[in-house]
Design a protein around this ligand. Structure first.
Ligand SMILES: NC(=O)c1ccc[n+]([C@@H]2O[C@H](COP(=O)([O-])OP(=O)(O)OC[C@H]3O[C@@H](n4cnc5c(N)ncnc54)[C@H](OP(=O)(O)O)[C@@H]3O)[C@@H](O)[C@H]2O)c1
Length: 286
């Protein structure tokens, strides 16, 4: 089951606007760092699009714009197939500079719009300023939706209390088997309000793949540890998951994680190895 051509389409979830997006997408952190690898990275993203992982996450931060250029190459001629996510750095998140940062991202991405534009993490500018810039960008058609990243529950409370803040489309946070803190309060907070979470570093940048429990569960299914880690988040159905893969075999393997159904026995074993939180854990970041 590790690799085969997919039969079923990638399931979708609804953003607060009602628009459907795939629950399995693709990350791009560390893409674009080395010019010699760019072609392979763009090819990996294109393969992912072919396989239905059409949500692509990038940021002005990644390779100082280099990752956005890789995405531009990957989506050339097929912009309409893709749901594009990018992010503004907190140091650029003033009203004026957010707009300028977005325009630079659009140029690098070689497109006229970003589907979802996120504040990468909280910085020194008041959220109200960044939100005003997002509203202006939306009005100009340069972004379709906006959201945040690395916001804990108190940040989200503050955000939705600000004028226009309740329109937030997502909060992109660190979430995987070894980082379950959000299950205590942030994830329930989002579920109550039907604002979906987007889970980054879903395989902990590869660090959890050597875990013996993960490997045991994987072996029972003839799957890989990465597939178990991804299937564990994907089974929830209301979280977007964005693994990054620059190798085509990883892209195919990650797509096939959607075909893996974990049993009650698997889930119990994973809970023993990676216990859920029993109290508030401050949001972890990478
Ligand atoms: N908002 C934020 O602050 C934030 C922070 C971190 C990440 N992110 C976003 O989330 C995305 C994903 O997170 P991430 O890149 O940190 O980590 P990740 O997706 O958990 O792991 C990526 C690493 O795992 C490898 N990999 C991928 N699929 C694999 C498979 N099936 N088997 C074995 N290894 C596999 C990749 O190798 P290859 O590349 O060689 O295939 C890469 O080294 C990022 O790319 C970025 O878009 C956002």
């Amino acid at each position: 089951m590790t690799q085969h051509e997919p039969v079923h389409p990638v399931p979708t979830l609804r953003l607060p606007s009602g628009e459907r997006v795939p629950i399995l997408g693709q990350g791009t952190w560390y893409m674009g760092e080395d010019r010699r690898s760019r072609r392979e990275e763009a090819a990996a993203l294109r393969l992912g699009i072919d396989l239905g992982m059409t949500l692509i996450d990038t940021a002005e931060m990644y390779a100082s714009g280099g990752a956005e250029e890789v995405v531009a190459e990957a989506i050339e001629g097929r912009r309409d197939e893709v749901f594009l996510v990018s992010k503004v750095l907190p140091g650029n998140a003033s009203r004026r500079r957010t707009i300028e940062a977005c325009e630079r991202s659009l140029r690098r991405l070689r497109t006229d719009r970003i589907d979802l534009y996120l504040l990468h993490w909280r910085g020194r500018y008041p959220l109200s300023e960044t939100l005003e810039a997002f509203a202006e960008l939306q009005k100009a058609g340069k972004i379709r939706y906006w959201g945040v990243s690395n916001f804990d529950t108190d940040d989200m409370e503050e955000l939705v209390g600000i004028r226009g803040g309740a329109k937030v489309a997502t909060n992109q946070v660190l979430y995987n088997l070894s980082r379950r803190g959000i299950e205590f309060d942030l994830l329930p907070w989002h579920r109550e309000r039907r604002i979906p979470i987007m889970a980054y570093s879903p395989i902990e940048q590869g660090r959890i793949l050597r875990n013996p429990t993960l490997q045991r569960v994987a072996a029972r299914h003839g799957a890989t540890a990465a597939q178990v880690a991804l299937a564990w988040i994907l089974r929830q159905g209301d979280i977007m998951v964005i693994p990054k893969a620059s190798r085509p075999e990883h892209v195919r393997e990650n797509r096939a994680a959607l075909d893996l159904t974990l049993t009650a026995e698997d889930l119990a074993e994973l809970d023993r190895a990676f216990p859920p939180p029993t109290r508030k854990v401050p949001l972890e970041v990478l």
